[in-house]
Design a protein around this ligand. Structure first.
Ligand code: GLU
Length: 335
């Protein structure tokens, strides 16, 4: 795939980064790593750093957790440079984006339950790997089989079942961005990656059967609406990036640059979460919490100096470790 690295959009527009926690509980050591990395990257670029509360999965989120997260960030010296956006207030923007995809023939209604999908995959001999999403087998591409369509899905390949001409989808829409069916994208730490979205996850959900907006759609709409030029987040989200690039492309939105930070692992070797022993950050000693996060990012410890000074030193160190390349002549961006 193309090299050199894609250009830094900061050259064209001011750097805007973000930290986008889901308020399902307090910040813990793992989430602080992503918060600190995104803040340092913004400061290293003399950019803005915004906090966005990703509470689209409303039953799992709480306003109390949202308040606590903002307090924890502030105690660590990390304060949003602009108003904190809350995704549960952004339904109109998501509905408009979905309508555009529907009008373009890129989204279709789906009546399948989780069980229907599991049965269809089993019938076709596919085994589900641990910790992977169910790859949607495309059951409702040809219609919802007399059942009410409740969810909406994104088309990831041309829909031969409704005779959608290849030229409409593949040639006009995807061909310049994929090679052998794979989306290519660049991570500022781990380099080039490729993913066949159709193979990996299939037509993914944009709006869930329970009416809630899917993370993929909300994150893409909001990153664009907030003018985010650089996404810095945990490596557990890297697998989502090709879906987000695809949606950005379908909606005519710019592609930010991506950097995925190393994960902090819990006692069971899985990503640290409240299920495997992550304790909420100790607000009595934010510098200790920041030092642990900095160590996970490969930065030097600063235990004795005041917090502001430690943050400043880490910013310089970060700028040295993770410079953003200047624009490339071919104008490649994000994939
Ligand atoms: N809300 C997501 C999370 O807390 C992060 C999304 C993102 O940074 O794109 O895991």
């Amino acid at each position: 795939m193309p090299s050199p690295e894609p250009p830094c959009p900061q050259a064209a527009a001011g750097y805007r980064g973000r930290f986008a926690p889901s308020p399902t509980g307090p910040l813990h050591a793992g989430s602080l790593v992503a918060a600190l990395a995104s803040w340092l990257d913004a400061r290293a670029h003399q950019g803005q750093w915004l906090v966005r509360l990703e509470d689209v999965d409303t039953p799992r989120c709480s306003p109390a957790a949202a308040r606590l997260i903002l307090q924890q960030l502030a105690a660590c010296g990390l304060v949003s440079d602009g108003p904190v956006w809350v995704q549960s207030e952004r339904g109109t923007a998501y509905a408009q984006a979905l309508a555009r995809l529907q009008q373009a023939g890129l989204a279709y209604p789906c009546a399948c339950t989780r069980q229907d999908i599991e049965h269809a995959l089993r019938d076709s001999g596919q085994v589900r790997e641990r910790h992977t999403e169910l790859r949607y087998p495309g059951t409702c591409r040809s219609g919802t089989h007399g059942k009410p369509g409740r969810a909406w899905r994104m088309l990831t390949t041309p829909n031969s079942q409704i005779n959608q001409p290849e030229s409409h989808y593949l040639k006009a829409f995807l061909a310049p961005f994929i090679e052998n069916g794979k989306w290519h994208w660049h991570d500022r730490i781990s380099g080039w990656h490729a993913q066949d979205v159709a193979q990996r996850v299939g037509d993914f959900v944009l709006r869930r059967a329970d009416g809630l907006w899917a993370y993929q759609l909300a994150v893409v709409v909001d990153d664009a609406a907030q003018g985010i030029t650089h996404v810095v987040r945990g490596a557990d989200l890297a697998d989502n990036t090709p879906r987000q690039l695809l949606l950005q492309h379908a909606l005519g939105l710019p592609h930010p640059r991506y950097l995925h930070t190393p994960l902090v692992l819990g006692t069971d070797g899985e990503k640290l979460s409240k299920h495997n022993g992550a304790a909420p950050l100790n607000l009595d000693d934010p510098l200790a919490a920041l030092n642990a996060a900095a160590a996970a990012l490969g930065l030097q410890p600063h235990t004795a100096c005041p917090m502001g000074e430690a943050l400043q030193t880490w910013t310089l160190e970060w700028a040295h470790l993770h410079p953003c390349p200047s624009p490339a002549a071919d104008g490649l961006c994000g994939h």
